[in-house]
Design a protein. Structure first.
Length: 629
């Protein structure tokens, strides 16, 4: 057989030389381009997100700001409403009359002293003044000041008397002398017939005090505008109203506030604030521009007032400037990353293929397919190999657990934290009442969304109080306190979490009612006792969980809560007496008897933890099937 010869072709010396690139240069260029493109895309997304988030935060800040200011104003206004409603109730019950008597004076004086925002109370019968008391600037309650004593009060309050109703009703302000008062009235009814009217006044002193306080709390200037944009209150200049009811805007001594007339709306980035009734206006000027935020208040007068606040644009611009600085920092980081990529790429060679393969397996979470990378004498490659090997080891540990927060806490606590031990802990079970019937008319996506929101709320409150979620049980949750870290206040933390969950359920239900949706009703059971906590399971998969009699008792207590739940209760929290005793004075508990738990011979005492639901926080009686505590 004839042997074939291997022919080796050698290029001719005069042949054109092919263009070639070294592996180091190729890696440096390709790595540099990829890093540049990746960081550029991430930077573009991040910068846009930063700007969107910045203006989102500004919108949220404006909404929270006005909510806070409105709550403060409502707190003052509700004092006047409570004053007239209390007097009307006492009158209907026959406990007071509308005659000018010492007993009646005592009742009115007591109400005035307990309601610091109210400056005056007037009682009218048959269209005539029958009794009145007034708070003087020094706080003493006494007869009417000259501005009222010399006036025809029936004529002064004629509109309020005519417009009053069987509830607290706000009217247009009343001007007496040189002072403006905000008036609220209530009809006096006895034996089914109207016999009089009670009127309470909030005056300049109370309004100025609120404005000054709001200005101090928000480090800004707060103002109140009335009809025709006349200024009726100002946090920085309360004394200018001592002898004037209102001051026209163009004559007001605050030059900055006068500029609101020329301010232009800023609608582009404040759509969310606008939907909440907050108007944002800005004035031009690089160094002296201002941002004005205003909102109409229509609850406390027949004609709405305008509540406002203004800031220098520079104060608000700091947040935008931070977003711009993040862009500059990102560009600098991009440049540094490209340079570093070029430098690192020149030092890489064959180990890069192994590193890339390992990185691909890590990105796809194929942990069992990974083999330890060999060490290298090239420092950069060696550091990457060590880092990837460590990441591989950590991911093998992480693969055993599901709750992220719990895993993080376990990793911080060290290897000893997962060893099963017996310790005192507090356990909570929750369950949505009637969830099956509630979800019958809901799509799968709606059920999922509802449960995700509900579980997120419970998880947040549990983790905020140093607790941990053990597992989700259908529409229920099992949580515990006291592990992996030792917690000397695990009972108090569990009680606080239950109260916070109940508060969130009430808030969510209020929104659901506004949308015409069915409300969620929740049962919560809490017990404390000794349990075994640690890694429990087989070699392939383990759960960090708790087991023991106390866990079973906590679940039984949650099931007992159905018997303690009233028809109108939104959340019922049932605890064992062990919890109420260990909680101390962190909360008040209402004993409701004892019950025998299945699997136990001795009965356990149970209590209700009040959560703010009127139906369960009143006179609670032992539920069916219980024995006296």
């Amino acid at each position: 057989m004839k042997k074939s010869k291997l022919k080796i072709v050698v290029p001719h010396a005069d042949a054109p030389k092919r263009f070639t690139v070294s592996l180091g240069s190729l890696l440096a260029i390709s790595f540099g381009i990829l890093v540049a493109l990746s960081i550029a895309v991430v930077l573009a997304i991040s910068v846009r997100t930063n700007f969107v988030n910045t203006f989102s935060l500004l919108n949220d800040r404006a909404i929270v700001l006005f909510d806070s200011m409105e709550r403060r104003i409502k707190a003052e206004a509700h004092q006047a409403e409570r004053t007239v409603s209390t007097i009307a109730r006492l009158y209907t019950q026959g406990k007071i009359g509308i005659e000018d008597t010492p007993e009646e004076h005592a009742v009115l004086e007591t109400l005035l002293l307990s309601m610091p925002a109210v400056e005056g109370v007037f009682l009218f019968g048959d269209g005539k003044l029958s009794d009145a008391l007034f708070r003087r600037p020094e706080g003493v309650v006494g007869p009417l000041p000259p501005a009222f004593a010399q006036a025809d009060l029936a004529q002064l309050f004629s509109k309020q008397i005519a417009e009053t109703a069987d509830k607290s009703t706000w009217h247009d302000p009343v001007v007496a002398g040189k002072t403006m008062f905000h008036a609220v009235s209530h009809r006096l009814v006895r034996n089914g017939g109207t016999t009089g009217v009670v009127i309470a006044l909030i005056g300049r002193n109370s309004i100025s005090r609120v404005m000054v306080k709001l200005g101090e709390e928000n480090s800004a200037t707060v103002f109140l505008l009335g009809t025709n944009n006349a200024v009726i209150a100002h946090s920085g200049l309360p004394d200018v109203f001592k002898d004037r009811v209102a001051i026209p805007l163009d004559a007001f001594p605050d030059e900055t506030l006068r500029r609101i007339a020329s301010a232009v709306p800023a609608r582009e980035n404040f759509e969310v604030a606008n939907r909440h009734g907050i108007q944002v206006r800005v004035t031009e000027g690089r160094d002296d521009g201002y941002m004005f935020l205003t909102k109409e208040l229509s609850e406390y007068a027949a004609s709405p007032f305008t509540l406002g606040i203004y800031y220098p644009k520079a104060d608000v611009g700091e947040e935008v400037l931070r977003a711009i600085l993040s862009l500059a920092a990102g560009l600098l980081a991009l440049l540094v990353a490209v340079v570093a990529a070029v430098l690192l790429g020149r030092s890489l060679s064959r180990p890069m293929r192994q590193i890339a393969g390992t990185a691909a397996l890590l990105s796809s979470f194929d942990i069992d397919e990974i083999r330890p990378l060999p060490r290298s004498r090239v420092r950069e490659v060696d550091e990457q190999a060590v880092a990837l090997n460590r990441m591989h080891t950590m991911l093998r540990q992480f693969a055993r657990y599901v709750p992220r927060e719990l895993v993080a806490r376990l990793m911080r606590s060290g290897a000893d934290a997962v060893r099963p031990v017996e310790r005192e802990m507090t356990i909570m079970f929750t369950d949505i009442v009637g969830f099956t019937s509630l979800s019958e008319n809901m799509s799968a996506a709606e059920v999922t969304s509802l449960l995700n929101q509900h579980f997120a709320t419970i998880t947040r409150h549990v983790e905020e109080t140093q607790g941990a979620i053990d597992k989700f049980l259908g529409d229920g949750v099992m949580a515990f306190w006291g592990a992996p870290e030792a917690d000397g206040k695990h009972v108090a933390h569990a009680v606080a979490a239950a109260q916070a969950i109940a508060k969130s359920v009430r808030a969510d239900n209020a929104i659901r009612r506004e949308r015409g949706e069915a409300v969620l009703r929740l049962r919560i059971g809490i017990h404390t006792g000794r349990v075994v906590v640690g890694n429990i399971g087989g070699d392939d998969r383990q759960n960090y969980t708790i087991v023991g009699d106390a866990v079973n008792v906590a679940q039984r207590i949650e099931q007992m809560a159905r018997d303690a739940m009233g028809e109108n209760d939104e959340t019922v929290v049932l605890t064992s007496t062990d919890v109420s005793k260990a909680a101390g004075d962190v909360a008040s508990f209402i004993p409701v008897g004892t019950r025998v738990v299945r699997g136990r011979q001795r009965p356990i005492g149970v209590c209700i933890l009040p959560t703010g639901d009127t139906a369960q926080d009143g006179n609670v009686v032992p539920f069916a099937g219980s024995s006296p505590a």
